[in-house]
Design a protein around this ligand. Structure first.
Ligand code: NAD
Length: 344
């Protein structure tokens, strides 16, 4: 078997780190700054493994580019960008990073809560862009005594609950698989989703993107949300039906939203200032309606959008790279990789 790996979406210190570690385990490698979907790959047949990151889809057309592919690793927790079934049918193993520090994303989600509750972005913008020093219109709300509804009480959700408890918030949770021990340990109650939406002042989403979580927040249940609540999403964009979100903001059901993820993320700005998908992207699943809705939200002062950045700390990235290297090492030494379980 060829022992060469192509690593995509990597540069800077991470490129050097991966080069050193991959060479230590006796593999050859090529590094690409761009995604597997855009890079001009000279000898695709020479790679038996690819390592990717979130964003570009690793679908059938991408997988078919590599005739000798035996392993795909993704340097992420989410894996909805990879066609797992097709890879499985081709006998390709998959490695992912099941966790790399739940604190990293939870800290960011709580940052979005504070940004919204205290109108931090508007205050900062007033000074930096307008050079105005007054606080009119920047009245916020306390978090103490408010209710945080955590949807998905896995690793990240649980850590967020701990942070919220430190702020004296009340917490309720919703999960397809409630964890009784966790609720006792951290002191929160599980409720049904509709009850959580009705009772929470802040709702934070921490479920994976699966068929069962597609549009978990949607036009049918958005009206159940407590009037004046804030919605935070650091999970995956399509967990929220964007149209429902825009409606809820428009009707002032939601006082604001903090979004690190969007239903359409591969976007570029055109000369008119509109946000559009890259013109080179020929994929058929471009959802123009969602792009326009995203554009509407970008202009709303009570919506804070960040570019899928919640994972992005030096510590987290080092842990991600280490797990990716372990997955690659394990595969090439005949051991199992973390992802295998998902292909049963
Ligand atoms: P996790 O697997 O530990 O927890 C997910 C929880 O969701 C589990 O408790 C599970 O039971 C629950 N769940 C699954 N399906 C459900 C459903 N249909 N309804 C209700 N609950 C359901 O995952 P995690 O480590 O906490 O990560 C959560 C997600 O956060 C990831 O899947 C990923 O998509 C996202 N994430 C985003 C970033 C970012 O940078 N924005 C970084 C890391 C992870």
């Amino acid at each position: 078997m060829y022992k060469k790996i192509a690593i995509f979406q990597i540069d800077g210190w991470q490129a050097k780190y991966m080069t050193d570690k991959i060479k230590e385990i006796g593999l050859d490698l090529d590094l690409f700054k761009g995604g597997v979907d855009v890079e001009d790959i000279k000898n695709p047949e020479s790679y038996s493994a690819i390592s990717v990151f979130v964003g570009p889809k690793v679908d059938k057309s991408v997988i078919d580019k590599f005739p000798n592919l035996k392993l795909i690793t993704t340097r992420s927790t989410g894996f909805d960008h990879i066609d797992i079934e097709y890879a499985g049918s081709m006998g390709i193993k998959l490695g992912y990073v099941p966790h790399y520090g739940e604190n990293t994303v939870a800290e960011f989600a709580f940052g979005l809560i504070l940004t919204l509750s205290r109108k931090l972005y508007l205050g900062i913008k007033r000074i930096k862009e307008d050079r105005e020093f007054y606080f009119d219109g920047l009245e916020g709300v306390d978090l103490k005594g408010k209710t945080l509804g955590v949807v998905g009480t896995g690793r990240i959700g649980a850590h967020l609950i701990k942070i919220a408890k430190g702020f004296d918030m009340d917490v309720i949770g919703y999960d397809a698989y409630p964890n009784k021990k966790l609720s006792e340990k951290l002191g929160f109650e599980y409720v049904e989703l509709d009850e959580l939406l009705a009772d929470s002042d802040f709702i934070s989403l921490h479920v994976p993107y699966l068929p069962s979580t597609h549009h978990l927040i949607n036009k049918n249940n958005i009206n159940n949300i407590k009037k004046g609540a804030y919605l935070i999403n650091t999970s995956r964009g399509p967990v929220i039906e964007t149209e429902a979100l825009v409606l809820a903001l428009d009707k002032k059901i939601l006082a604001g939203a903090g979004l690190d993820v969007l239903e359409e993320e591969n976007i570029e700005k055109d000369e008119m200032g509109y946000w559009l998908r890259d013109v080179d992207d020929n994929s058929e699943d471009i959802n123009l309606r969602v792009l326009l809705e995203n554009n509407l939200m970008m202009n709303m002062p009570n919506v804070v959008i960040t570019p899928h950045n919640a994972f992005n700390t030096k510590e987290a990235k080092t842990r991600i790279l280490n797990t990716d290297i372990d997955n690659i090492k394990s595969f090439f030494s005949g051991g199992s990789v973390e992802f295998e379980i998902l292909q049963k």
